[in-house]
Design a protein around this ligand. Structure first.
Ligand code: PMP
Ligand code: GLN
Length: 377
């Protein structure tokens, strides 16, 4: 049969993790922690399972978890989302983004993405029947280029996907940039899908959620992921919030997409998240890892790019090699035993700027083993 996604192969994260396993390289490629989550979270899930929370959850998610999330978002961003009509628990951020796209995009609609971007966005737009419109972030700084975004807007623009803190560039949008986005979209009907999975990893200032801005919030799906926030990427549980009218459309698709998300994890999360301490401590936790990793690379020939947020550090490889990013990552894993991700994987046309991404969500001993190898380059 004809392919639904003819241009798509296996995702770079799968490819690089497989290469790390094959070569025994230290895996700083795919983004996931190599340390354990809080045992209290495991206890909460264990209690939920043993207590019998093992049948279907309500379609929108357990009420207890939606209420905890409403309180969390209100405390952090000052906006009250109604747990009954404006919050849905999803099977991770990936499902939330795809479901939002399927819910709002009609054939022929355009959806703007800002490149480099997470690799699920463009296939998600295509699967939803839309046309991706790729707009580059400013080369070098990776800041949003509002002139180019404005030029990409058309009467057919149905949505724009934004992501801050940003994977892979590790930039964090400022309040002024969010206000510029809000102003730019004011005369349009465009919906925003705001991917905020790294919301608790903004190091040098606040994370400016789309939910903080009245007019932006009115047109936004705001997506978060417990996997990132609580060191459990394998659980695949996330949250999406949006105004009731948008959420009603989202849920029409969600109910036939997954129907509902696994119950014991939701109950465990609801129980555990009554205490905000775990995520309040996250910026300091990852800031320390960022400092450790950056200090370790400072004497190497890899040039550090700024890291304002996320658990990724990008480096310029020009002083080490003139290989393409993808070939460099193969060479680095095979001959120096460290796996990384080429930034070109986040561009539709494979744009190559001699930059690769490392994930520093790792135990200090893992980072030290990688640093020792990287210093020898
Ligand atoms: N968006 C971005 C920017 C991500 O980096 C990731 C995880 N790599 C996701 C979405 C997907 O998150 P989840 O695992 O919750 O589906
Ligand atoms: N989001 C993670 C990353 O950017 C990977 C998730 C995945 O493997 N799909 O590394």
């Amino acid at each position: 049969p004809p392919s639904r996604l003819p241009a798509v192969g296996t995702t770079i994260f799968t490819v690089m993790s497989a290469l790390a396993t094959e070569t025994g390289a230290v895996n700083l490629g795919q983004g996931f922690p190599d340390f354990h989550c809080d045992p209290a979270l495991l206890d909460a899930v264990d209690r939920a399972m043993r207590g019998g929370a093992n049948q279907y959850a309500p379609m929108a998610g357990l009420a207890s978890l939606r209420e905890v999330m409403a309180a969390k978002i209100e405390a952090e961003h000052g906006r009250r989302y109604d747990p009954n009509t404006e919050i849905t628990i999803t099977a991770g951020a990936t499902q939330a983004i795809l479901t939002a796209l399927i819910a709002v995009v009609q054939p022929g609609d355009e959806v703007i993405v800002l490149e480099p971007c997470y690799d699920s966005y463009v296939p998600g737009i295509v699967m939803a029947g839309g046309t991706p419109v790729r707009v580059p972030l400013v080369p070098g700084s990776f800041r949003p280029d509002f002139g180019r975004i404005a030029a990409a807007l058309s009467p057919r623009t149905r949505a724009i996907i934004v992501n801050s803190p940003h994977n892979p560039s590790a930039t964090v949008w400022t309040r002024e940039e969010m206000l510029q986005l809000q102003a730019l979209l004011a005369p349009t009907e465009a919906i925003v899908i705001s991917d905020e999975v790294y919301e608790h990893m903004a190091f040098d200032g606040a994370h400016e959620s789309a939910s903080r801005f009245e007019e932006l919030a009115a047109r936004s799906f705001v997506v978060s992921s417990f996997g990132k926030t609580l060191h459990v990427t394998g659980w695949k549980v996330g949250t999406v919030v949006a105004p009731a009218a948008l959420m009603a459309e989202f849920r029409k698709v969600h109910q036939f997409n997954v129907f509902s998300v696994n119950t014991p994890m939701q109950q465990g999360l609801a129980d555990y998240l009554k205490d905000p301490a775990p995520y309040r401590g996250l910026p300091a936790f990852y800031r320390q890892k960022r400092e450790f990793f950056r200090a370790g690379l400072a004497g190497s020939r890899l040039r550090l790019l700024p890291c304002e947020g996320t658990y990724f550090q990008c480096v310029d490889i020009s002083a080490v090699s003139d290989l393409s990013e993808a070939d460099f990552c193969q060479w680095l894993a095979r001959t120096h035993g460290v796996a990384a991700i080429p930034m070109s994987a986040f561009y539709g046309d494979g744009f190559d700027q001699h930059v690769v991404r490392f994930c520093f969500a790792k135990k200090e001993e893992t980072l030290s083993a990688a640093l020792e190898r990287l210093q020898r380059l």
